[in-house]
Design a protein around this ligand. Structure first.
Ligand SMILES: *[C@@H]1O[C@H](CO)[C@@H](O)[C@H](O)[C@H]1NC(C)=O
Ligand SMILES: *[C@@H]1O[C@H](CO)[C@@H](O)[C@H](O)[C@H]1NC(C)=O
Ligand SMILES: *[C@@H]1O[C@H](CO)[C@@H](O)[C@H](O)[C@H]1NC(C)=O
Ligand SMILES: *[C@@H]1O[C@H](CO)[C@@H](O)[C@H](O)[C@H]1NC(C)=O
Ligand SMILES: *[C@@H]1O[C@H](CO)[C@@H](O)[C@H](O)[C@H]1NC(C)=O
Ligand SMILES: *[C@@H]1O[C@H](CO)[C@@H](O)[C@H](O)[C@H]1NC(C)=O
Ligand SMILES: *[C@@H]1O[C@H](CO)[C@@H](O)[C@H](O)[C@H]1NC(C)=O
Ligand SMILES: *[C@@H]1O[C@H](CO)[C@@H](O)[C@H](O)[C@H]1NC(C)=O
Ligand SMILES: *[C@@H]1O[C@H](CO)[C@@H](O)[C@H](O)[C@H]1NC(C)=O
Ligand SMILES: *[C@@H]1O[C@H](CO)[C@@H](O)[C@H](O)[C@H]1NC(C)=O
Ligand SMILES: *[C@@H]1O[C@H](CO)[C@@H](O)[C@H](O)[C@H]1NC(C)=O
Ligand SMILES: *[C@@H]1O[C@H](CO)[C@@H](O)[C@H](O)[C@H]1NC(C)=O
Length: 488
């Protein structure tokens, strides 16, 4: 207790000391020696001058020469008064990007995303000796990206986002020899041509994100991409790439997202390779010309959520082992030559949100287990060889918004409509070319479908009188009952 009694005095003098220190720090902080330098100020003023008169996003109000540029809008300084961040995303800036920003020797982070900047991206910024994060995405920049002029020492660049611009030409290859610290390179949505930078990880071993999608890259994918040992995201969809996916890609065990849709690839999904990619969450190989079966080893991809194989030449059955992929939410097998009875798969274990089996050669009835997928919002079964009737359990699919059964051999339209009215959120129901020769049900049996906007029951053909219940679908916008033998 004695010690406690004496402590207030000590803490008083201590806090006096702290206040004193704080005052000194405060003085230091506001003292003019910690302003930005004259050179920094003029680098920024030069950038402002490079913008169009009406496209300064109001920056001219605070960016006044002669004042401390650490206080200017979008400009941030270190405690020593060095400009470290210039964050001007989404400001409505128009005009060119002045290379003068490359003269800000302490600049770490430059974000000019989502403006209307045009012209070239100054090499001074890409090859800056200070910038670690450079985001110029969503602008109108064009021209080629320069190759490295001389052999520079290691550059600090970690994140480069040039996505959503109008860059053209071959993608630089020597530049990446100096970006040893690169973690993310996003060049998506431009018009780059030539080969993809497959050797990039030889010099940039920390690369975790590589997005090259929506360009005009061509040629084959080099196995050297397999040296990207910490890559998590690899996206190169919507290009003109050819050849097979190199086996070496399976060495990138850190991959979570692998997507190459819409390319002229070929080859098969090799089970012994795919199984190594046990961290995959997204696997998108739609429209790539892939052939062969889905290997059983797909079951080992426990984290898989999105699996897209649409528009390929694949065949065989959907392996029943897929039910081991308990995180699977989005499955697209559309437009292949898959066969067999889906009832062999236990869908109960999956939390499917959308499933597209359309345009294949599947047979049998609708698997009962799919009715356990209570979060299913869209189900496409169109253009297959399914038959049979629906069980009342389809009404369990309360989240179902879109259902397409077109062009199969389902029977009992009355039953189908009765069972489906439990799916209150249904807006689109496409069931034509089924129910051959049946009579369309009349009013006493059908109600519900409050949210239905699109209904097609064409070309069954059906007989009977056009029923009144159709006129009670208050939200209906599109109705197709063509090519039937209805009267009334
Ligand atoms: C800013 O003002 C200084 C004088 O305070 C002047 O020397 C410099 O040229 C000016 N810079 C620009 C870009 O106008
Ligand atoms: C900033 O530029 C705009 C457009 O040119 C102009 O209307 C405005 O008066 C300028 N504001 C200042 C403070 O200079
Ligand atoms: C960068 O600074 C140097 C030295 O002040 C100057 O000569 C040069 O013109 C500046 N470059 C740009 C692009 O502003
Ligand atoms: C740049 O700013 C935009 C808009 O605020 C943001 O979405 C983006 O993540 C930023 N870029 C980086 C690399 O931080
Ligand atoms: C640009 O890409 C980087 C890396 O992928 C990302 O961190 C950043 O948020 C992206 N910027 C925008 C505006 O999306
Ligand atoms: C690349 O940038 C675009 C913005 O243009 C963004 O939508 C995309 O998510 C980014 N890619 C990655 C992998 O971060
Ligand atoms: C890829 O993995 C195999 C073993 O799975 C190994 O022998 C080979 O050296 C690896 N290649 C690279 C480039 O890491
Ligand atoms: C699927 O999981 C079950 C139970 O965990 C296991 O017995 C079976 O071998 C797995 N199948 C495959 C193909 O991995
Ligand atoms: C499907 O899986 C569920 C949940 O694991 C299980 O209860 C059910 O018995 C399985 N059904 C079949 C037909 O194997
Ligand atoms: C549906 O989604 C919710 C929320 O994401 C989740 O908690 C639930 O387990 C899911 N239901 C099924 C049947 O998978
Ligand atoms: C049905 O749709 C409404 C409105 O979009 C939504 O709030 C509700 O969660 C949906 N119900 C189910 C079971 O998904
Ligand atoms: C069609 O379904 C209804 C209602 O579920 C049922 O009463 C009827 O027997 C079924 N018709 C045939 C031919 O299976």
């Amino acid at each position: 207790m004695q010690e406690l009694h004496s402590s207030p005095g000590i803490s008083n003098s201590l806090s006096m000391g702290f206040i004193g220190l704080a005052v000194v720090l405060l003085l230091l902080f506001v003292s003019p020696t910690n302003c930005c330098t004259e050179q920094e100020r003029s680098s920024l003023i030069n950038f402002l001058d490079g913008l169009m008169p009406g496209g300064t996003g109001g920056l001219n109000a605070s960016w006044v020469n002669g004042t401390d540029c650490c206080k200017w809008e979008g400009v941030f300084c270190s405690s020593a008064g060095t400009v470290t961040d210039v964050l001007l995303a989404n400001r409505g800036l128009q005009g060119g990007i002045s290379p003068s920003l490359g003269n800000l020797t302490g600049l770490l982070h430059l974000n000019l995303s989502k403006n209307s900047l045009e012209g070239r991206l100054p090499t001074e910024l890409v090859f800056s000796r200070s910038i670690a994060v450079l985001d110029v995405s969503f602008n109108r920049l064009d021209g080629h990206l320069q190759e490295m002029q001389s052999s520079n020492p290691s550059l600090p660049l970690q994140i480069l986002n040039i996505s959503s611009n109008s860059f053209t030409g071959q993608f630089p290859s020597t530049t990446w020899e100096a970006t040893k610290n690169l973690v993310a390179l996003n060049a998506s949505k431009n018009s780059f041509t030539g080969r993809i930078p497959s050797s990039i990880c030889v010099s940039a071993p920390l690369l975790a994100i590589l997005d090259l999608s929506y360009n005009q890259f061509s040629g084959s994918i080099s196995p050297r991409l397999g040296t990207c040992s910490v890559l998590r995201i690899l996206k190169a969809g919507h290009n003109n790439l050819s050849g097979a996916l190199p086996k070496k890609i399976s060495n990138i065990t850190s991959l979570e997202h692998l997507s190459f849709p819409n390319n002229g690839l070929q080859g098969v999904l090799d089970g012994s390779h795919i199984v190594k990619l046990s961290n995959l969450v997204t696997l998108d190989l739609g429209s790539t010309g892939l052939s062969g079966n889905i290997p059983d080893s797909i079951a080992q991809l426990k984290r898989l959520e999105k699996f897209h194989l649409d528009n390929n030449n694949m065949s065989g059955e959907l392996p029943s082992a897929i039910s081991n992929c308990t995180n699977l939410r989005y499955l697209t097998l559309r437009n292949n030559s898959f066969t067999g009875d889906l009832s062999k798969v236990n869908f109960t274990m999956l939390d499917l949100r959308t499933a597209d089996f359309s345009m294949n050669l599947f047979t049998g009835t609708i698997p009962e287990s799919i009715y356990s997928c209570k979060n299913l919002t869209a189900l496409r079964l169109a253009y297959n060889r399914f038959h049979g009737q629906f069980s009342a359990r389809i009404g369990n699919l309360k989240s179902l918004v879109f259902l397409s059964l077109t062009n199969n051999s389902f029977s009992n339209l009355t039953n189908t409509l009765q069972m489906l009215k439990g799916c209150k959120n249904l807006t689109t129901l496409l069931i034509g070319t089924n129910f051959k020769g049946e009579t369309i049900p009349q009013d006493e049996t059908i109600d519900g479908f409050e949210n239905l906007q699109v209904l097609t029951i064409d070309a069954c053909p059906l007989v009977g009188e056009i029923p009144l219940w159709i006129s009670k679908l208050r939200n209906l916008m599109i109705l197709d009952i063509s090519c039937n033998q209805l009267t009334g």
